[in-house]
Structures are given as C-alpha cells and as structure tokens.
Write a protein that binds this ligand. Structure first.
Ligand code: FAD
Length: 353
C-alpha cells in the first residue's frame, strides 16, 4: 500500500466474521488490502450479543475458512467463545486491520473507489462491504408506539435479564432472538410473547448443521436452475437449544398475535382488554448496515443493493459479503460465509488482473 496516498488494491469495510473470512482469501492473492473496522476490538456484532447467547451449531460448524473453532465441552459455543475465536483468528493470520475506523462514505473516483473516514481516505481498486446488520436494528410500526412510556429496547441492545425482575415484559418477534430472550427473561419476569404468525420450531435434534445443509441444498439448486419446494427453513426457524427447551417445559413458549395498539402504560388487546406493560423487547431483526454506501446511489427502497452473487450490479468494483441470503445462502452465518468470501475474492482477482 502506498503509505502517503493510502492507495490500496482492496479495502474491506468491517471486521466481523465476514470480513475476516474475506481477508483469509485475500492474503493468498498478493493483492494489497486493509480491513477498516468501527469496533475497538475483535468480534464484530458478537461483541454486542447478550451474555448468555448460545450458538445453534457446534464449534466445528461455527468456524470460518482455515481455522477450526475448538470444540466446546458441554454443548454449543457461547457468545464469548466466538469473540475469542475471531480475535485469535486475526492474530494467527496477522490480518491488517485498522480500528476503530468508522467509514462514513464511499465515493467513485475514476477507476477507483474513495473510502472516507473523517479526514482520512483510502483509494481502493476494489471494495468489499462486510458491515453486517447489527448497526441497523429494525422496529416495525405499531399504532400508538409514540405514546408508550414504558422501556423499549431492541434485541441488539439486550444484555441480560436482571433488570426485568418482577416486571411485566412483552417480547415481540418470532425468530431465534425472540425465543432465546423469552426463555431467559421469563425466568425473572411476567412475559408475553408476540409474533405475527405461529413461530416455527425445528425438531429437537435439528440444529444449525441441518439449517446449513438445507441452505446449501437450496444454493446448489439455484446454481443448477432447479426449484426446491421442500420446506428449507431459514435462520428465523427456532433451533431448540437447551434454554428454549426449558422454556417449553415451563410452558412459556407460546406466542400470541399482535394487539390493537399501544397506550401510555401498555397495550389494548384485540378483545379490547387493556394491560399494563413495563417493558418491550423488540426481537424484530435487522436491516443491512449500508449507510456508508449511500453516496453511490445504489441502495434500493428495501435497503438492499442489486447484486450478482456478491458483486454490486451498478458498481463493478464493489462486493458485499455476509448480509444473509440475498448475498449468498447462509452468508450471515459463520459456517456459511466462507463460501461467499472465497468466490468474492476469486472475482476480485479476476477483475483486478
Ligand atoms: P458483523 O458481525 O455485524 O460485523 C460487521 C463489522 O463491521 C462490525 O465490527 C461493525 O462494527 C463494522 N462496521 C459496520 N459499519 C461500519 C462502517 N461504516 N465502517 C467500519 N466498520 C463498520 N450466526 C452463526 O453463524 N451461528 C449462530 O448460531 C448464530 N446465532 C445467532 C443468534 C442470534 C440471536 C443472532 C441475532 C444472530 C446469530 N447469528 C449466528 C448471526 C451472526 O451473529 C451474524 O450474522 C454475524 O455477526 C454477521 O457477521 P458479519 O461479519 O457479517 O457482521
């Protein structure tokens, strides 16, 4: 990299699992590259996950390219195991990461892309955006939400259940976050679980491996132009990890459909009964964190970018890795992102040669 003008072949924006998997393949190409990560330490979104979060796949199925996560005694890895694994991964491969660097925007500049953070700039021949979704929590519109004076947080900011002891808590959202947070908070608080449709629970013996195998099957079918009508199951289908099984045994794992509206102190249910609620935890997912690409004018109304595989259709030297199925089947998982990182780097090498 030319130190004065910060000219570099590839800039990877982000420092989570998707960025590291991409860096693993970049370091084998001879191209100059750098990772710019907004966090102050390793781990990406896992740094912000709640303390008791347990993965839904065993360690051997929760590793990225080249380096196996150590098997965990007593079950699936916890949040801290992933953070330690990703930190060790960076050290082991001596990846060039600058942090904390928050990339404010990316602009076109002739054949290059300018990556800008405050007064600093990098001129890149190719950019990989691997910024994940954690920074873009999604809360759907609910009537009266602006009147509600109780506490509201998104699962992105939930850390542990202590503060909800003895309270009346509404958990909204029917995916893994909703189920795992309900399982934990229901042990100390009086909870209701609200989902738009009946939650889908996977069989007790099905875990992330099966989800990954199904996503791979779907990905292969797409590659071969076949259509799969068997239920594939997405990341939203609930994996029955121990805490969720325990919640089922305690009889708290049943969901109700949405209420009519919020009031100042609670909600009005469909039967017009009112209920006081102390806190709402929104487990309603995320949207891609792509604000730094706004200036390129390629973000669609749905918050995504048109891609072929992981390559931006309208900016041929921009790739997107790790955002979920629209950027590659299972790309938002540790086990799934390697495949997309590998194909992305192969395309970059071809495009820059
Ligand atoms: P992130 O981990 O979000 O990393 C993105 C990085 O980019 C962050 O460091 C961020 O600070 C940085 N960044 C963002 N914007 C900028 C910017 N403008 N400039 C510079 N840096 C920026 N996955 C699994 O594989 N197995 C599981 O069992 C599993 N369980 C899950 C359970 C729950 C409840 C949830 C919510 C998710 C789960 N996931 C699981 C998914 C996984 O946590 C995420 O998909 C993963 O963190 C995505 O990795 P990433 O590298 O794409 O993004």
């Amino acid at each position: 990299m030319n130190a004065l003008s910060n000219e570099v072949d590839v800039v990877v924006i982000g420092g989570g699992q998707a960025a590291l998997a991409t860096a693993y393949f970049l370091r084998r190409t001879g191209l100059s590259f750098i990772l710019l990560d907004a966090e102050s330490s390793s781990g990406g979104a896992w740094l912000h996950a709640w303390k008791s979060l347990r993965l839904f796949s065993p360690a051997t199925w929760s590793s990225i390219a080249g380096r196996q996560m150590e098997p965990k005694v007593g079950g699936y890895p916890m949040r801290q195991d992933v953070i330690d694994y990703l930190a060790d991964y960076e050290r082991h491969y001596q990846l060039p990461i600058e942090r904390p660097v928050f990339v404010e925007r990316v602009e076109t500049s002739g054949e290059r892309l300018n990556v800008i953070s405050g007064s600093r700039q990098w001129q890149a021949r190719a950019v990989v955006s691997a910024t994940g979704t954690w920074r873009h929590p999604y809360i759907p519109a609910f009537e009266g939400i602006e009147n509600f004076r109780g506490e509201q947080i998104h699962s992105a900011h939930y850390f542990s259940s202590e503060k909800y002891a003895g309270k009346r808590v509404l958990i909204i959202g029917g995916g893994n976050s909703g189920a795992q947070i309900l399982a934990e908070v229901s042990q100390v608080a009086n909870t209701s679980w609200l989902t738009l449709t009946e939650p889908i629970f996977l069989a007790d013996d099905v875990d992330g491996r099966v989800l990954f195998a199904r996503a791979t099957e779907r990905w292969k079918a797409q590659q071969e132009g076949r259509v799969i009508d068997a239920p594939v199951g997405g990341l939203g289908d609930i994996v029955m990890i121990d805490s969720v099984k325990d919640a089922r045994t305690r009889g708290v794992l049943h969901a109700v459909r949405p209420f009519k509206r919020f009031t100042e102190n609670g909600v009005v249910w469909q039967d017009s009964s009112e209920e006081t609620i102390d806190a709402v935890i929104w487990c309603t997912g995320f949207r891609p964190a792509l604000e730094h690409l706004q200036a390129l004018d390629i973000i669609n109304p749905d918050g995504r970018i048109q891609v072929t595989g992981t390559r931006a259709l309208n900016i041929p030297n921009l790739w997107l890795v790790g955002y979920g199925d629209w950027t590659g089947a299972a790309s938002a998982t540790l086990i799934g992102v390697t495949r997309n990182a590998r194909s992305t780097v192969a395309e970059i090498v071809e495009a820059l040669s």
